[in-house]
Design a protein around this ligand. Structure first.
Ligand code: DGJ
Length: 731
């Protein structure tokens, strides 16, 4: 049945592809996924509007009636719902695109010309819609890439012209959306170093709410581009309509949410046009980054699960592959180490039972040694005092200890106290006539310059060439862009855009030569994560704040948008919780450690070793399974979530006490989710601290129906503040 539908769709698409659809009165373009339809309509004047975005209808012919079904205030411009709103003609709302033509004229009108549809496989279709200005030789192609099963659309535009000289692009959104509902609730995020991903909910009021970043590099530090909109009500976990949105762009972004005078929501998302007017040459194509969105009618839970499986299938590098557990030395040593100390830590990694040892910041620079965060960035030669025998000797020692070896770099940066700065002041982003401003005592290299791109590529390439066994890179990025100015670029307002393009060029080259070596995307904590960057990285660092209590909240929020396999969590000395609590929390993702293992008490070491063995057993469920959020830490004394494998045969349940009041704990059973109601399950506690006994009777068996209706009590209390259980089908 399903195959038949696909076949029909495929034939239809092929047909459209061959003929394309010329503009006729009232062309309707339903862009459908398995559940939804985004319906565009070109009217008799070929003005293209969004007439519907919601659950799809089984008879597409009925879409034509939707436009006439609302009785809202008159829109005399008939542009509020434009599919890509131009400015300078009759639009009076927030535009998607603003230009100044070669002759100085500021008007733009975009009319539908035709469309094509290409189907890459059974699940993915690309709609391309051509728009042209009837007066100026100026065109925009709108692209909608639909991932049917996941109900995800990636939207972007390609802007070009054939005018005599350059056209200035003043705004150049990726996507323009339009939603109708009684009310809209925005869940946005804000943060700072060690305080990433704080959710904030508000009902959208008339006017424009803008989410944006002007930080240039670690663009998400204060506000990430991910957000959700509750349609008609606040977003709920397992019910209601919710739209997830995110820019796939690692630089400045801007998302305008405009509740218009008809009470409809216009969403315009793209790169930030702040200080970024772009001079587009004749016949040059300006391609915007992708804006990703997903509409679910079963709440945030379903939206997350769809996004996770999409990410693993299509975006995240090696999304269905393996990951390495690791021991990192950052918090164990900071900058203060030598070969002897590291040899000891390499043995620690082996004793602990992790896959890899990760050498962090501080291993490089000689004239201005990297002994603190005040010098050395840019000079990627091994520091001869700390490591007289080079990185090679560490790699060799790692091999002896039967662990792999990885290394930290921050190749986009430079410090005034570095040979790189002395030799190439022209490679540094700074204002020539002004005082320098530093962020963590450093400056950003000008990645718009191809020579700088070569340099950054070489930093990585040299490491691999000199150490072919190198198995992991942590790529950090601690500074924002201050004093945005490039010696290389003629047009300064291109810098923010060309920086990111330059970064992607480098990452493309790295991946062409080293396609799968795992790399962590880190940015002084979690200042930089998005799905464009994650095409090159296997995981990201959510925050330097590894206090497990904080991490429960933070990882909870990240879990809405990013799968566990991409989320690197390390056990450190942050926070007041016992080691077990810290390890349990770090297990809800990609597990690592950053502690001095040889100083651990025997029981602590034994606990960690056993926990790693458990992790190796259950990691496929956490990494590739479906996530169900059970009890929200913001609303309950106990936070709980679970992962379930595809066959609904095995799962892992994590539960934590997040409230220290007397008697707080799991007073009532917690309803599980995602199980098969007809199957019988047993639940066993794992990660039990040596000498402690479980309160969970692993011999009991429960039906899936029981567990999802009545629930299961993990017996969380002050004495059992973190509980990890395996749930397994009973034959
Ligand atoms: C910031 C990162 O988030 C930390 O994990 C660590 O690598 C430091 N940089 C090193 O300078």
């Amino acid at each position: 049945m399903r195959l038949k539908i696909y076949k029909q769709q495929f034939l239809f698409c092929l047909f459209s592809l061959l003929l394309s659809s010329p503009a006729i009165a009232q062309t309707i373009i339903p862009i459908e996924s398995s559940t939804n339809a985004l319906v565009l309509q070109a009217d008799k004047n070929n003005e293209l509007a969004i007439i519907y975005f919601g659950m799809k209808l089984s008879n597409p012919a009925e879409y034509a009636q939707i436009a006439g079904a609302s009785r809202q205030a008159n829109d005399f411009s008939r542009m509020l719902n434009a599919a890509y709103t131009p400015s300078g003609t009759k639009n009076v709302m927030e535009p998607a695109i603003t230009v100044i033509h070669a002759d100085g004229n500021t008007s733009l009108d975009l009319r539908y010309v035709d469309q094509t549809v290409a189907q890459t496989d059974e699940n993915v279709k690309l709609y391309t819609i051509n728009l042209k200005d009837p007066v100026y030789p100026f065109s925009v192609k709108l692209h909608y890439k639909v991932y049917s099963k996941e109900d995800i659309i990636e939207q972007w535009s390609v802007i070009s012209h054939e005018e005599n000289t350059e056209v200035s692009l003043h705004k150049f959104a990726s996507a323009n959306l339009y939603l109708k509902a009684d009310e809209f609730w925005l869940n946005q995020y804000h943060g700072d170093w060690a305080r990433e991903m704080n959710p904030e909910m508000s009902k959208l009021t008339h006017g424009i709410k803008t989410l944006d970043s002007k930080l240039g590099t670690r663009a998400n530090l204060l506000q990430p581009s991910v957000f959700m909109i509750g349609i008609g009500e606040e977003p709920q976990e397992d019910a209601g309509s919710v739209l997830y949105g995110a820019m796939e762009w690692s630089g400045n972004f801007r998302i305008d949410l405009e509740l218009d005078f008809q009470d409809n929501l216009r969403i315009i998302a793209g790169m930030n046009n702040y200080a970024s007017t772009y001079a587009l040459q004749p016949n040059e194509e300006f391609e915007t980054p992708k804006f990703l969105y997903l509409l679910s009618h079963n709440g945030k839970g379903e939206a997350s699960r769809k996004l996770h499986s999409w990410a693993r299938e299509y975006k995240l590098l090696d999304g269905k592959g393996d990951r390495l557990t690791l021991l990192n030395n950052w918090e164990a040593t900071y900058f203060n180490f030598n070969e002897e100390k590291l040899f000891k830590l390499l043995k620690d990694a082996s004793d602990l039972g992790v896959d890899l040892f990760l050498l962090d910041d501080g291993w490089f620079a000689n004239k201005y040694p990297r002994n603190s965060d005040r010098s050395g960035l840019g000079d990627w030669q091994v520091n001869k005092t700390k490591l007289p025998n080079g990185v090679g000797s560490l790699v060799k020692e790692a091999r002896k200890n039967d662990v792999k070896f990885g290394i930290w770099i921050e190749p986009e940066m430079v410090q005034p106290k570095s040979e790189l700065y002395e030799n190439h002041p022209d490679w540094v982003i700074k204002q020539p006539k002004r005082e320098e401003h530093y962020f963590r005592n450093q400056l950003v290299l000008d990645l718009s310059n191809p020579e700088v791109q070569d340099f950054v590529f070489k930093v990585v390439d040299d490491l691999f060439t000199e150490n072919p066994e190198l198995a992991y890179i942590k790529w950090d990025c601690n500074s924002v862009i201050y004093n945005a100015n490039s010696e290389y670029l003629e047009n300064q307002s291109h810098l923010y855009i060309e920086y990111v393009r330059g970064l992607y060029n480098v990452l493309e080259r790295v991946r062409a030569k080293y396609p799968t070596v795992p790399m962590m995307l880190c940015s002084g904590g979690g200042g930089r994560v998005d799905y464009a960057a994650l095409q090159y990285f296997t995981e990201f660092w959510p925050s330097d704040n590894t206090d497990p209590l904080e991490r429960i909240y933070m990882q909870w929020e990240y879990s809405h948008f990013y799968p566990a396999i991409s989320t690197a969590n390390h056990v450190t000395e942050w926070g007041r919780q016992p080691l077990k609590f810290r390890v349990d929390v770090a297990m809800m993702g990609k597990l690592g450690f950053d502690i001095v293992v040889h100083e651990l008490e025997d029981n602590d070491l034994k606990f960690c070793q056993d926990a790693l063995k458990n992790y190796n057993e259950i990691k496929p469920i956490i990494w590739y399974g479906d996530l169900y959020r059970l009890a929200d830490p913001k609303e309950n004394s106990v936070a709980s979530l679970m992962y379930v494998d595809d066959d609904k045969e095995s799962g892992v349940i994590f539960s934590y006490l997040v409230n220290n009041r007397y008697g707080a704990g799991s007073k009532l059973p917690i309803r599980l989710k995602g199980l098969d109601p007809d199957k019988q399950y047993s639940i066993t506690e794992i990660n039990i601290y040596p000498g402690r006994r479980t309160r969970i009777d692993g011999k009991n068996s429960y039906s899936g129906e029981y567990l999802m209706t009545i629930g299961f009590n993990p017996e969380v209390s002050a004495r059992r503040a973190s509980v990890v259980c395996e749930i397994t089908v009973v034959e």
